[in-house]
Design a protein around this ligand. Structure first.
Ligand SMILES: Nc1nc2c(ncn2[C@@H]2O[C@H](COP(=O)(O)OP(=O)(O)OP(=O)(O)O)[C@@H](O)[C@H]2O)c(=O)[nH]1
Ligand SMILES: [Mg+2]
Length: 268
């Protein structure tokens, strides 16, 4: 990997293999991945090389296309399903493209290493659009057509752009030569998978905290009722036990509902 490429820990982990769509695999998780970038930078060729293992023979501008792809983690054999959304780089399809972002987990922003303006457009067009329409999606930056001799894009500039838009990975690929294509999609799936796993982990932690709050509230009830009993025992008034019992059973329920509410708010 060149010194200007990187894959952060969230985008690292496992390797994946594309399965036949007619395989009867049962995915455990489903993701949506969108690719955007200047027209002609090589988005469709990248998807085609990865999914079908073939490079398109002619250039046809995309209007809109999506592919459901089933992949298997080669270590754990876990099956994931990914909807790969190919979009139009052309300006006239801007409105249609903006509809593609909804609910995406990962967005690949692409430029071509032979077109410096496609890198400039990351700041001008693509990153602002992604941040507006897919604010929660993770971004990977990819430089396409890396096989072209004498690339026009300065790799240090591309690295700086990747950092400035918070890309979780920056790679250069060649769809013709299948160079770094699998590596790019491994990073895409690892990002989506790791994010989902972290989300589930946080959710279960928050449930544990809620249970803890519930238990501690119940403990407060018990200790407060004991305290009340002690006070009442000290006072030693007639029927004090019965009274204190009824008081203690009134009081704790109030405290419980108050405490229960505020701790719930804090957690949520
Ligand atoms: N040398 C080289 N050429 C490529 C590569 N990938 C794509 N191309 C060429 O670049 C041109 C545009 O490729 P596409 O993949 O259709 O570009 P796109 O980004 O999908 O374009 P739009 O659909 O218009 O947004 C085609 O002529 C491809 O043959 C690559 O890895 N290396
Ligand atoms: Mg296309």
């Amino acid at each position: 990997m060149s010194r200007y490429s990187y894959i952060t820990p969230i985008a690292s982990g496992s390797d994946y293999e594309v399965l036949n769509n007619d395989s009867h695999a049962h995915p455990t998780l489903q993701f949506k991945v969108v690719i955007v970038g200047d027209s002609g930078c090589g988005k469709t060729s990248l998807f085609s090389s990865y999914i079908r293992g073939s490079f398109p023979s002619s250039y046809e501008p995309t209007i809109f296309e999506n592919h459901r792809t089933i992949v298997e983690n080669i270590k754990t054999h876990e099956i994931l399903s990914a909807d790969l959304w190919d979009t139009a780089g052309q300006e006239e399809y801007e409105r249609l493209r903006r509809l593609s972002y909804q609910d995406s987990n990962v967005v690949i922003i692409a430029y071509s290493v032979d077109a410096p303006e496609s890198l400039l457009n990351i700041h001008e067009v693509w990153a602002p659009e992604v941040m507006t329409y897919a604010p929660h999606a993770s971004i990977l930056l990819v430089g396409l057509k890396s096989d072209i001799p004498n690339p026009q894009v300065n790799p240090a500039n591309a690295y700086n752009v990747a950092q400035s838009i918070g890309a979780v990975a920056h790679l250069t690929c060649s769809s013709i030569q299948m160079f770094n294509v699998n590596e790019l999609f491994d990073s895409v799936f690892n990002t989506a998978y790791n994010k989902e796993t972290m989300k589930k982990h946080h959710e279960s932690l928050s449930n544990i905290n809620k249970n803890d709050a519930y238990i501690s509230n119940n403990n407060n009830i018990t200790s407060s009722s004991k305290k009340n009993n002690n006070i009442n025992n000290k006072n030693n008034s007639s029927n004090s036990n019965e009274q204190s019992k009824s008081k203690s059973s009134d009081k704790p329920s109030k405290r419980f509902s108050k405490k229960g509410k505020s701790s719930k708010c804090t957690i949520l």
